[in-house]
Design a protein around this ligand. Structure first.
Ligand code: SME
Length: 146
């Protein structure tokens, strides 16, 4: 199955899982599990907005940094810009926060509630240039289901 087909098969699964539960953290945990298992990413997780910084949420992978200030790192930048940020080579992203030296590329997708960013999905890959417009398109759709 190619990447697009995997995302297409995940969408209805996520829709069904989320429909039965109103707790956001529980839903985030299952979304992370599905994505991580399906794609075998290095690190898949959420950061939630807590006042003026992000705090670590449900994730799969290695231990990660707990808090990220607004505008800092890839996550804080996506929060500030209010849009998905794709980083083909994290070593070339000024201010990238390295939770793991094995990570080489990354995508961060905001989760909106009404017009406010309430969380960010962060995915790390050990390969360079892992994420593209296909990932952005489907991950943004998934985040709208939360
Ligand atoms: N690399 C992220 C920090 C979080 S970890 O990748 C899990 C960033 O620069 O915001």
């Amino acid at each position: 199955m190619n990447k697009e087909d995997k995302y297409k098969s995940l969408l209805p699964q996520i829709e069904a899982l989320v429909a039965g539960e109103r707790d956001l953290i529980a839903n985030m945990a299952n979304v992370v599990a599905l994505l991580h298992e399906t794609f075998g990413f290095w690190w898949t997780g959420f950061y939630r907005v807590d006042r003026d910084e992000l705090v670590l949420g449900p994730f799969q992978g290695h231990v990660a940094c707990l808090r990220i200030p607004f505008g800092r790192g890839v996550c804080g930048t996506a929060w500030q810009r209010r849009e998905t940020v794709i980083v083909p080579d994290v070593h070339e992203f000024a201010g990238h926060i390295a939770c793991s030296s094995a990570s080489n590329s990354e995508i961060v997708v905001p989760v909106f509630c009404d017009d406010t960013v309430i969380a960010l999905l962060d995915i790390d890959s050990t390969d360079y240039d892992t994420f593209d417009e296909t990932d952005k398109f489907y991950l943004e759709q998934m985040m709208r289901l939360l």
